[in-house]
Design a protein around this ligand. Structure first.
Ligand code: V47
Length: 363
């Protein structure tokens, strides 16, 4: 009996990928519609192996969410509050420094994001960065989504470029990938009508890239989006990356529905793995595809290391956004545990800096 090809149903796409050819929109869509998960994973793993040589990167980071008060009311968000709401909080600069002080000395990155606060001045954010920079000169400050940067421009009367320059002068080292959600405008209107549109998100990242700032990109999936919306999202990121080459990592974010206005089940492990593998294949100009274990769960995040993923984020410490929406994962993971997960998936753990300098190869 003839053995079935591992790439059954996706042979033509597999041939393209193995020949180093770029996938088309139709190819992306065909992959989402196909259920040969193992073939897809094998293909994504092959590409990842070529790009990253069996290395899986992680960093020691701490999240700081300085406020949950937000003037936007995104339907998918369980974190945001109005100023007067029960549970609303805003940290003083001293409280931010206190939160930073609680991080272990080995932490190399503060990941700083918060709501769009109606009253805080732009100087609050620059002072926060300056204070952190002064107290922790060895820690990289990755902060503020494109949505926040746009808001800072609104409240300060400065241009996006001026805002970014001031943030960099104050100590900002790079930008996270949040706020991208899903670019397709009809779906974006349904899940976050008040948020900047996809073009604006991309334009702000383009400006950041032109100023020499590296950034990440995300895609929120598993809510009301279609599969074509997902491919469209990947396509637009690939185009910007062709222009600038300054995106570091792509991070799909698995929607968590609890306490949100979107009633549906959370994503499934099958879809999570498929989505990560397709990202690896479609985003041929991204070096890193990151699994955020906080949203995926530890088990799927580990298995994703065989499905094209080369980055496992991170030690994290005190995650609030996903946990407000019902995440059942822990809020932090010790370095040894991350290393154990990577090693037992047959990969080489590499501790990295935010900018992917290799700090320690734990072969
Ligand atoms: O922008 C909000 C998403 C993002 C929910 O750049 C939700 O290294 C799931 O962007 N279910 C913040 N997701 C997290 C983020 C991130 C995480 C890890 C690493 C990096 C990076 C960036 O979380 C938000 C939004 O897209 N989000 N609510 C929810 N209910």
């Amino acid at each position: 009996m003839k053995a079935m090809s591992i790439y059954a149903g996706i042979e033509t796409i597999a041939e393209k990928v193995l020949a180093g050819e770029r996938l088309s929109f139709a190819d992306g869509l065909a992959l989402y519609h196909n259920n040969n998960l193992l073939g897809l994973g094998m293909l994504a793993d092959t590409v990842n192996q070529r790009k990253n040589n069996g290395k899986v990167y992680f960093n020691q980071n701490r999240h700081i969410n300085h406020t949950n008060v937000c003037v936007n009311r995104c339907g998918f968000c369980a974190f945001a509050r109005d100023t007067e709401d029960h549970g609303a909080y805003t940290m003083s600069i001293e409280a931010v420094l206190q939160a930073a002080a609680e991080a272990p000395a080995s932490v190399r990155e503060f990941h700083i994001v918060g709501g769009l606060h109606p009253d805080l001045p732009f100087s609050y954010y620059t002072q926060m960065l300056q204070s952190l920079r002064q107290a922790y000169p060895q820690v990289h400050l990755k902060g503020f989504t494109a949505v926040e940067v746009d808001y800072f421009a609104c409240i300060s009367g400065l241009s996006v470029e001026q805002v970014l320059r001031k943030l960099v002068e104050s100590g900002l080292g790079s930008m996270p990938g949040g706020g991208a959600e899903i670019f397709a405008s009809a779906t974006r209107q349904r899940i976050c009508p008040e948020k900047i549109d996809g073009e604006r998100w991309l334009a702000i990242h383009r400006t950041a890239h032109q100023l020499g700032l590296h950034t990440n990109a995300t895609m929120l999936y598993g809510h009301l989006e279609s599969l074509a919306d997902r491919v469209d999202h990947l396509e637009r990121l690939r185009q910007l990356q062709d222009e600038t080459g300054m995106f570091q990592a792509f991070i799909p974010l698995a929607f968590h529905p609890e306490n949100t206005q979107i009633t549906r089940y959370g994503t499934t492990g099958y879809d999570d793995l498929k989505n990560l593998a397709i990202a690896r294949l479609y985003l041929d100009n991204f070096q890193h595809i990151k699994a955020y274990w906080i949203m995926l769960g530890e088990n799927i995040a580990q298995i994703s290391l065989s499905f094209g993923v080369d980055d496992l984020d991170g030690t994290v410490v005190e995650e609030k956004i996903t946990h407000a929406a019902g995440a059942s994962t822990a809020e932090a993971m010790a370095k040894d545990h991350l290393v154990h997960l990577i090693r037992s998936a047959g990969k080489i753990p590499v501790e990295r800096s935010t900018l992917y300098e290799e700090l320690e190869v734990l072969a």
